[in-house]
Design a protein around this ligand. Structure first.
Ligand code: PXP
Length: 242
């Protein structure tokens, strides 16, 4: 899998800023529409149990107004399953969720939760929702995704993003090896978390990766160069890496 690397723009933190003051501004749906015009291939939004950023009504509005695919990130709970089945987004990325965490701190333990996830994945697939499992770049987790019949995995790049020197090289190799294993088994690999202008290129250069999902950095950088500018620069760096 080489060629165009899709960019999924995560708009959660537009909602974080909105929610800091209440009200409707800034509107994450407006951000999603600007992101689409700036070159995003998809929009990602994480509906958390505590609704700390994206809310139910944002998902409804995104489903109505977006003309590019929506990737709904969600925990494997009955509540979220009901919401996904009601809205039928293009994709659902199953993530682990802890109330006390500031962001998604690690990958899903697909290997340890096979029985619980199996029915969950099956119901989403039956509704024609493209299921993705957010996992560590680790052979054991990829094997679990194969057993669960997930068509997509997204590798958590957080360790890579925070590592330096030799450790970063090791983390990059873990992602590349896991991506190769996924493709060999018919699974489409994506990646995301903690990606920035400074660290995206080596990840984007991994030929098997089909999509990167990037949020916090792009929304933060938009303060300095506008949302369109920050997305276009990320797009350029990803294209140059291919
Ligand atoms: N992919 C998944 C599954 C995530 O949970 C997140 C964070 O919400 C991201 C990508 C984007 O991470 P970041 O905001 O650090 O770019």
């Amino acid at each position: 899998m080489t060629g165009h690397l899709r960019l999924g723009v995560n708009i959660d933190h537009v909602a974080t800023i909105r929610n800091a003051r209440g009200g409707e501004h800034p509107d994450p749906v407006k951000a999603a529409l600007i992101a689409a015009d700036a070159g995003a291939d998809g929009i990602t939004a994480h509906l958390r149990e505590d609704r700390r950023h994206i809310r139910d009504e944002d998902i409804a509005a995104l489903m109505e107004q977006l003309h590019i695919p929506l990737n709904l990130e969600m925990a494997a709970t009955d509540e979220m399953l009901g919401i996904a089945l009601r809205h039928k987004p293009h994709a659902a990325c199953i993530v682990p969720e802890k109330r006390e965490e500031r962001t998604t701190e690690g990958g899903l333990d697909a290997a340890g939760q096979h029985n619980r996830l199996s029915d969950f994945v099956g119901q989403l697939k039956n509704a024609n929702i493209r299921v993705s499992l957010f996992i560590e770049p680790d052979a054991r987790q990829v094997e679990a995704a194969i057993h669960l019949g997930a068509p997509v995995v997204e590798f958590h790049t957080g360790h890579y993003a925070h590592a330096e020197g030799e450790e970063r090289t090791t983390e990059l190799k873990r992602i590349a090896d896991a991506a190769a294993l996924a493709v060999k088994n018919g699974i489409e690999p994506h990646a995301g978390h903690g990606l920035t202008f400074d660290n995206v290129v080596p990840v984007a250069a991994i030929p098997q990766l089909a999509e990167l999902n990037i949020g916090h950095f792009l929304i933060g950088e938009a303060i300095f160069c506008g949302l369109e500018g920050s997305i276009m620069r990320m797009r350029e760096l990803m294209d140059e890496a291919r």
